[in-house]
Design a protein around this ligand. Structure first.
Ligand SMILES: Nc1ncnc2c1ncn2[C@@H]1O[C@H](COP(=O)(O)OP(=O)(O)OP(=O)(O)O)[C@@H](O)[C@H]1O
Ligand SMILES: [Mg+2]
Length: 348
């Protein structure tokens, strides 16, 4: 088994003792990532919280793992908490643990993830999803290094490095009253902003090639390097799903075995592509008014779909990003015959 395969397999299996792509692939050659690398190297060694911000699929988790790897606590655990994935009522016990008899069914003492991260890194993913009550408990942890398991008589002390990630704008969340400002200051001692893939187009060929080779080995399907023309199209594409989208595209390319399999994705959202032109006969008689209306509707539909994809098909957030009301978005979706969630959308 090749190194690339091992790297991808361990990533896909969700191990905590992971391997990540080599530095040349993670950071590439772009200026945007050079800044990320520089910051990462400076902060990794100090026990201060780091906040990773960036669109969905930009590699926040990989950077969190690298921070752990390059810290003095690298031999300790890396514990990830995916805040939205834990059902609301269980978040507190998952995070902070409980003592015997804390509630019906608590037959023994169970350590939470915070405690499991002792002498290592606690990675809180999608921190904006944490409800206010738990934000207060997290604040105490960051302020005093202490927390109280459910039903415990005394606080526990812990030595842990906290890394948080979000694809939301926390300042907006503070304005809306859903995120504590004091907690924001605590987690945001150092902020690393991950660039979107469209802001690091020079890196696209390296990442694409790494993923192509890795999946070729994993699925045992030999592939040829992507053509210069295809790479050029990829560098002009807008990548709403960032590296995750590129990864899915490379999987599709490897399995289906042809560049044509990815051509449609690339042309559908490419501002330079002729797919922007509505399908009208230009040699006969046409109604400019009608064509313009049709083009506007198609354009609007594409923008709405892109925005929905960027916001994980959350219609409320998409409506707010588009500066239209939720009702208006529902109406437009209905008019365009688009379901709220695209069923075929690959989700990791
Ligand atoms: N530089 C890279 N080279 C190859 N694969 C990468 C790179 N960066 C990220 N990936 C892969 O892309 C996918 C998305 O990365 P990751 O999960 O770290 O992003 P994220 O910012 O946490 O996304 P989300 O906000 O959706 O959780 C993962 O499968 C990851 O392994
Ligand atoms: Mg993530």
């Amino acid at each position: 088994m090749g190194t690339a395969t091992r790297q991808v397999q361990s990533r896909l299996s969700g191990e905590t003792n992971f391997t990540v792509p080599p530095d040349e692939v993670v950071f590439g050659q772009s200026e945007a990532m050079r800044i990320v690398r520089q910051k990462l190297e400076k902060v990794a060694g100090a026990n201060i919280p780091v906040l990773l911000q960036g669109e969905s699929g930009t590699g926040k988790e990989i950077i969190a793992k690298l921070i752990h790897r390059r810290s003095p606590w690298e031999t300790g655990p890396f514990v990830k908490v995916n805040c939205p994935a834990i059902p609301g009522t269980l978040v507190e016990s998952e995070l902070f643990g409980y003592e015997k008899g804390a509630f019906t069914g608590a037959n023994g003492t169970k350590p939470g993830r915070v405690e499991m991260a002792q002498n290592g890194t606690l990675f809180l993913d999608e921190i904006a999803e944490l409800e206010m009550g738990l934000q207060a408990k997290l604040l105490q942890l960051l302020q005093d290094g202490q927390f109280c398991p459910i039903g415990a008589q005394e606080d526990k002390r812990i030595d842990v490095r906290v890394v948080c990630a979000t694809n939301r704008n926390l300042e907006e969340e503070i304005d809306q009253g859903s995120f504590r400002q004091d907690l924001y200051y605590r987690i945001n001692v150092v902020n690393i902003q991950l660039p979107s893939l469209r802001e690091r187009t020079t890196d696209i060929p390296y990442i694409a090639d790494f993923l192509r080779q890795a999946y070729s080995e994993k699925f045992n399907r030999p592939t040829q390097a992507l053509s210069a023309r295809r790479l050029d199209m990829m560098q002009r594409y807008h990548w709403p799903g960032n590296i995750r989208e590129l990864e899915n595209m490379m999987k599709r390319f490897v399995i289906l075995g042809s560049e044509d399999a990815i051509a449609i994705d690339l042309s559908s959202g490419n501002a330079n592509s002729s797919s922007f032109l509505p399908d009208v006969p230009v040699n006969g008689s046409i109604s400019l008014k009608k064509v313009t209306r049709q083009a506007t509707r198609e354009f609007e539909k594409k923008i709405i779909l892109k925005t929905l994809q960027t916001h994980n098909w959350n219609r409320k957030r998409a409506a707010s990003a588009l500066n239209i009301s939720y009702r208006a978005l529902l109406y437009k979706l209905k008019e365009a015959g688009v379901p709220g969630r695209k069923v075929s959308e690959p989700r990791n």
